[in-house]
Design a protein around this ligand. Structure first.
Ligand SMILES: *Cc1c(COP(=O)(O)O)cnc(C)c1O
Length: 451
């Protein structure tokens, strides 16, 4: 019998996260303070994050224990299955072997609870009563809402307005888990009011919603802020994905030639890929590691590697990353989770060192891939995930031409059950592609901070 999925028993779920900082050939550039432009010290972050997360952000320890309480909630849905995409392989008539790590099984339907749960846990332990955050497509907001419900923490979510309007069911899931959700820009903060004064129809952006959430949290003793991607501790928590996948690939008796994931802020990509980067660095493996981003928001492929603000108002720490400029307003494509101007410092650093590569795909081909996946594998994928699927299908079709039996592994980061309006728009011919021009690159990059 040919196996279709590989399930790890609960007792084999990894009990530590993998920290790539221990194995980097060159250390990460430090974060800078948004006002003084000096390297950040831990105390600078204390108004926003609990000390355990600040320590993880800069830790050089190779493995960090997953707390028992976090493991217990992880086990509600982990280990996540690894699928062999036999039906898709057949539909493509490819000699490639395609595997995917299936993160749809979490309560929120994506990989994001992998970090939401430990973030809520460490805040609770430090006595925090309330969290604020931003959300794009609503995947992160609903993941943190779920995690906060587990630890009895109040949550206020600033949701990018274009997604708030496109995805009412996401807002309802957040409310079902007990969170409050407002469209950003909102009249509740100074940065929101400024954006609305300049343009009452401002569609919002992740960078702007971050400003609002940070501005809300920073002055309050009972409130911290939580970020769902980009930061080192987020990628650290997500490495549970890749560590499980390594064990499951071993069960399948294969090792990937290429590891592929979509990249918005870089967390599901990092989560799957970092343990494989480790094997490249320390075990002489030569796995190809590929990040896939939208043509409309191509930070890794067309951005500048520079110090930039993480948010529009310049309140969040300055990070060295591939960026399109913090004022960049990406077009309202349906992959809301990929509409961020920057890229995780870890992923950016790996790109700069030539340890990973990046590709772009346009909106229409991603939905075409998502439909092909749905009609072969059955699962309806998030628009973000469709970017990874597009790249995998392209790779598998190249294998059909060349006859190569490559082993491809990708992250199925989440389901698309709340994205059916986007599918409807695609199927009725109302979606368009967005190309990012070099002129727009120049314009967006004209506002980088002088450091
Ligand atoms: C948020 C999200 C992404 C993009 O975020 P990353 O931090 O780049 O992983 C991708 N897929 C899904 C399903 C998401 O919810």
């Amino acid at each position: 019998m040919d196996n279709i999925k590989y399930n790890l028993p609960e007792k084999e779920m990894p009990v530590s996260w993998y920290n790539i900082q221990a194995d980097l050939p060159e250390p990460l550039p430090p974060y800078l303070h948004p006002v003084t432009k000096q390297p950040l010290v831990p105390a600078d972050l204390a108004p926003l994050f609990p000390m355990e997360l600040i320590k993880q952000e800069v830790s050089q320890e190779r493995y960090i224990d997953i707390p028992e309480e976090v493991q217990e909630i992880y086990r509600q849905f982990r280990p996540a299955p690894l699928y062999r995409a036999r039906r898709l392989e057949k539909a493509l008539d490819t000699p490639a072997h395609i595997y995917y790590k299936f993160e749809d099984v979490s309560p929120a339907g994506s990989h994001k609870p992998n970090t939401a749960i430990p973030q809520a846990y460490y805040n609770k332990k430090e006595g925090i009563k309330r969290l604020t955050t931003e959300t794009g497509a609503g995947q992160w907001g609903s993941s943190l809402a779920f995690a906060c419900s587990q630890f009895d923490i109040e949550l206020k979510i600033y949701m990018v307005r274009v997604s708030y309007n496109q995805k009412p069911y996401r807002r309802m899931t957040m409310e079902a888990w007990g969170a409050t959700c407002v469209p950003s820009p909102s009249p509740d903060t100074g940065s929101g009011r400024a954006a609305l004064a300049a343009d009452p129809n401002n569609p919002g952006s992740l960078g702007l919603a971050i400003s609002e959430a940070v501005e809300d949290a920073a002055p309050r003793d009972d409130t911290h802020y939580a970020l769902g991607s980009v930061l080192n501790h987020v990628l650290l928590h997500q490495t549970i994905i890749g560590q499980e996948a390594l064990k499951q690939m071993e069960m399948a008796g294969e090792y990937p030639d290429a590891v592929i994931a979509c990249a918005g802020g870089g967390s599901n990509f990092g989560g799957l890929a970092l343990p494989f980067v480790r094997d490249n660095l320390t075990k002489g493996r030569k796995t190809q590691i590929i990040a896939v981003e939208p043509s409309s928001c191509p930070s890794l492929t067309k951005g500048l590697y520079a110090y930039d603000y993480g948010d529009v108002a310049g309140m969040a720490p300055i990070a060295k990353m591939f960026t399109l400029g913090s004022n960049f307003m990406p077009p309202p494509v349906h992959a809301g989770g990929l509409r961020y101007h920057g890229m995780s410092p870890i992923v950016s650093h790996l790109k700069k060192l030539g340890l990973i590569e990046a590709r772009t795909v346009n909106q229409l081909p991603t939905f075409e891939a998502g439909i092909q996946f749905a009609r072969s594998e059955g699962f309806i994928s998030a628009p973000e995930t469709n970017h990874a699927i597009r790249a995998v299908i392209d790779e598998a079709l190249r294998c059909r031409e060349s006859g190569e039996k490559k082993v491809l592994l990708f992250c199925h980061s989440g389901h698309g059950h709340f994205d059916m309006a986007a599918y409807e728009a695609y199927l009725s011919g109302k979606l368009s592609d967005y190309e990012y021009t070099d002129e727009k690159v120049k314009e967006a990059l004209s506002c980088l901070p002088a450091v």
